[in-house]
Ligand binder design. Structure first.
Ligand code: F6P
Length: 548
């Protein structure tokens, strides 16, 4: 007797916790087609996808060969990468030693696939494939029936043809969409909002990609992207971002969403300005309304201290928020590292390497000014990596005489050039940082020229200043930042799934964790002058321009 062959499409539709979730499968054998669907109370989308697969496999005879098409990358990976077998061998514990979720279904699936040869195939979520769409429609029909009628499951399912109904009962009508409650929006899918705020940095696109792919591939969520940071939120300049939109952007600098470090919804001005004068033009209410219009349950803010502070203010208005820490400055507390930092350090190190060769040729003192605002992380790390002779950071005020002494000491050893790496916020002891003269906005910059002039005055050596500026914010992220950004983005989606709001994802040691937003926006993380890192630099002869 020849083996019977089936194609099965499955779908588990949005549950809108705590409510019913729908599952459905379309089973075809040659020209014959059969549809099954049902729902389960207080469930998750992932469980419903799994349920659909179990119910579908139950419906085919043992000894069959099945091609099972699913839009859940997670489910397909569980099989194709042997995770289920690993869990089974591990006493149904995950790699982290926690009990595997939905164990009942996994066990049954394993049992069923003993007698049925199953090939698992990932399809693109919500593809235009007719059977895929049909399946999605059936699963959503099951939810609608449950929500609207409070029907027992036997009456759920709106599919045509040979529809087998689900089992179980539900206790009443499901929840309706209101404000930020955890419900599905009009098309039955839960929605996340996403924006990038503040100065850009390499890795923003990598995070956007991770949030969108993490949300759509694994959880059937939709992501709404707001353009140009908080400005887009106030002006409702937004669009749905699907996985196609984020394809090919992992290595691209900048942000496909655009950003702004000038727009504060609580003090908003149409032209955008960051001088922080109070205008009494609070548009935060419009921002909140726009979130509601889109049916967004949670806003993911990718930003530095300013944007996360705004996110925190929105959380106080009742908006569920999740933060992702970005900045080249690496100055956010509650995370060991922000993404963007490694790329900026790499760019600065590369520049210092180049400055090195010309400094040596001309016997000059070269002062390289790097960004970082009031924290010296970029100067410290790029200075160490680039072999800077003198590193000047805001946390350790310098004295000109010490800088000159170091240069002269090098000269006496035959080193007729010196490299100084100065943070833009560095300043002499008892002095103030240098700000650019332009406009109302106080912007750091210019210390390198001041230092170079002072060195020429105090020595007979030529000195030049180079300001790296926005080069440090541009270009492709390093591999470290791509990985960190991806891990941060995926973790943000997981926090949403767990309903863990008003948190910021963070790196602690090697682990991705989360911390309360409150903690994340409290103050600035600065270099500790007595840290091991500073001591290591001192130990190899680097001067910090003062006696320490
Ligand atoms: O915070 C990132 C940063 O690049 C700082 O290092 C720098 O001081 C500032 O932004 C520059 O801002 P802008 O892009 O407005 O010139």
């Amino acid at each position: 007797m020849s083996t019977r062959e089936f194609d099965i499409y499955t779908d588990g539709a949005c549950s809108g916790n705590p409510g019913p979730g729908g599952w459905a499968a379309v089973i075809t054998e040659g020209d014959n087609s059969r549809e099954i669907s049902g729902f389960e109370e207080r469930t998750t989308n992932q469980r419903m996808e799994l349920k659909a697969a179990v119910e579908a496999l139950r419906a085919v005879p043992p000894g069959s060969r099945v091609r099972l098409f699913s839009d859940s990358a997670y489910l397909v990976n569980c099989f194709n990468q042997g995770w289920i077998k690993r869990w089974q061998n591990n006493g149904w514990l995950t790699g982290k030693g926690q009990p595997v979720e939905n164990q009942d279904l996994w066990r049954e699936l394993l049992e069923l696939s003993r007698d049925i040869k199953v090939e698992w195939i990932k399809v693109k979520g919500h593809s235009t494939d007719r059977i895929n769409q049909r399946c999605d429609y059936l699963a959503r029909g099951a939810i609608t029936a449950a929500n609207e009628n409070g029907n027992p499951a036997e009456e759920a399912g709106t599919g045509e043809g040979n529809v087998r109904q689900g089992r179980g009962t539900i206790s009443g009508p499901g929840p309706k969409t209101t404000g930020f409650s955890a419900n599905c929006n009009a098309n039955g899918m839960r929605r996340l909002g996403l924006l990038t705020g503040g100065g850009d940095c390499p890795g923003l696109n990598a995070v956007i990609r991770a949030v969108v792919k993490g949300a759509t591939y694994n959880y059937n969520l939709e992501v709404v992207g707001f353009n140009n940071g908080f400005r887009g939120l106030v002006e409702n300049d937004a669009a749905l971002i699907d996985d196609f939109a984020v394809s090919g952007i992992l290595n691209r600098g900048g942000t496909i969403l655009g950003t702004s470090n000038r727009d504060n919804p609580f003090d908003f001005r149409p032209g955008g300005s960051s001088d922080y004068r109070e205008t009494d033009n609070d548009r935060s209410g419009d921002a909140v309304e726009n979130l509601k219009k889109w049916g967004i349950e949670c806003l993911v803010v990718i930003g530095g201290d300013g944007s996360l502070l705004l996110a925190h203010r929105f959380s106080k208005l009742g908006v569920p928020v999740i933060g992702i820490p970005k900045t080249i400055d690496n100055d956010l507390p509650a995370t060991d590292v922000t993404f963007g930092f490694d790329s900026a350090v790499t760019t600065a190190t590369d520049a210092i390497d180049k400055i090195h060769t010309t400094a040596e040729s001309h016997h000059r003192v070269m002062v390289v000014e790097v960004m970082g605002r009031n924290a010296g992380w970029i100067a410290l790390q790029a200075g160490m990596a680039g072999g800077g002779d003198i590193i000047l950071i805001p946390e350790i005020p310098f004295e000109y005489q010490h800088i000159v002494d170091k240069i002269m000491e090098r000269n006496s050893r035959g080193k007729k050039f010196s490299i100084i790496v100065a943070a833009e916020g560095a300043h002499p002891a008892g002095g103030e940082p240098i700000y650019q003269a332009k406009g109302d906005v106080k912007r750091l910059g210019g210390i390198s020229s001041v230092i170079a002039r002072e060195i020429e005055k105090r020595t007979d050596m030529e000195s030049r200043a180079t300001v790296l500026g926005h080069l440090q914010r541009g270009g492709s992220p390093t591999s470290y930042d791509r990985v960190l950004a991806t891990r941060f983005g995926v973790k943000a989606v997981e926090l949403f799934r767990e309903g863990k709001y008003n948190e910021m994802v963070c790196l602690r040691g090697y682990d991705i964790e989360s911390a309360p937003l409150e903690e994340a926006v409290a103050g600035t993380k600065r270099v500790d002058p007595s840290s091991e890192q500073v001591r290591a630099a001192l130990a190899v002869g680097t001067s910090f321009g003062c006696p320490i």
